[in-house]
Design a protein around this ligand. Sequence first.
Ligand SMILES: *Cc1c(COP(=O)(O)O)cnc(C)c1O
Length: 398
Amino acid sequence: MIDVWRRQSHPGIGQSPLVNSVSDGVFMASAPQSISIFDLSPEIAALWPELTAAIERVLKSGQFVFGPETAAFEREAAEFLGAKHAVAVNSGTDALVIGLRAMGIGPGDEVVTTPFSFFASAESISIVGAKPVFVDVELDSMNMDSDLIEPALTERTKAIMPVHLFGRPCNMDRIMGIAAKHGLEVIEDCAQSFGAPYNGRMTGTLGKVGCYSFFPTKNLGCYGDGGMLSTDDDALAELARKLRNHGSIERYRNEILGYNSRLDALQAAVLRVKLPHVASYNEARRAVAQRYWDLLAPIEGVVAPEVVPGHVFHQYTIRVLGRDRDAVQARMKELGVTTMLYYPVPQDRLPVYAGQYPTFERNETLSRQVLSLPIWPQITEDQQRAVADALARAMRGE
Ligand SMILES: *Cc1c(COP(=O)(O)O)cnc(C)c1O
């Protein structure tokens, strides 16, 4: 494996001082013989001239919050998604919180969602004063099981929050059908699915509101925190614009209690450079996933995720059967391959919700079995082979 790494030249590393300094970060390959979970350095190197030009433009403009960059990014992102409005905010979490509040969801309301996600999904529901109602997941898609939504509805249910986990679209036909039948709203957590299509439309534009995160590791990421929500509803967009800016559209005319949640111009400028590439990056992720599928097929005890239509593989998350997952992860680390656990503790079992929820069997099974392998658009075939070799050895107990 070390030989494999020495043979390949890593595009970008060493080409510029910034790339060198950021290559020591958590998500970068830190030593030549190791494979990290995620690596931004090839992207930064490839886009270096455009990125530095965009950053310079903002520095010279003197406008750092809102301004033309953020407005232009909102227009371009709305057009890419096929949404009427895009409202840029400070993070994916804020997009969810502001989206829920703009939908009028608050104390006494219930929102049906998946237990198997990053905590921001349920946290946003709780923070607006509503209650997350969890339904169990499907083992193969790892998304919420839409058969379980209707039995979970009560008079207090106001909305469904599907999370397109790891970039795989949920069964939106079914979810939208249930929502229409029961008069519920749908707020999509697209933090991991930017650019994932579903039946000819983008995830995030199927429900009332779509919420996106631009955390650096996401499919469309900036180089800091950032987020956005999309909607076709004029009044909801207007309310979201108010909420993100202290409850005001006009300065010193604060009408409601809001937040300081604006996307800054530097991040907007970075996102404008990256947005035109996101479709090809997502295609590259799918190609990487297909290659993993082929490489992992012979490894006994590994259940790999299928390359289904629309899946944009924010993560490539396998299930480990018949072996102790933590031991497999530890052995791979010794062999130089970093993997991650998304998610070892499901949302319903986090300390904040202690004792409030029953056990969801498939959710528990996934939290014990999942292992996310290194993936980014430019990961090389040699690197993927090294990951597969390490996994095969770890699974054989070598
Ligand atoms: C990353 C993420 C969020 C939150 O996004 P931030 O930009 O980090 O606030 C929400 N939901 C899911 C599923 C995520 O992966």
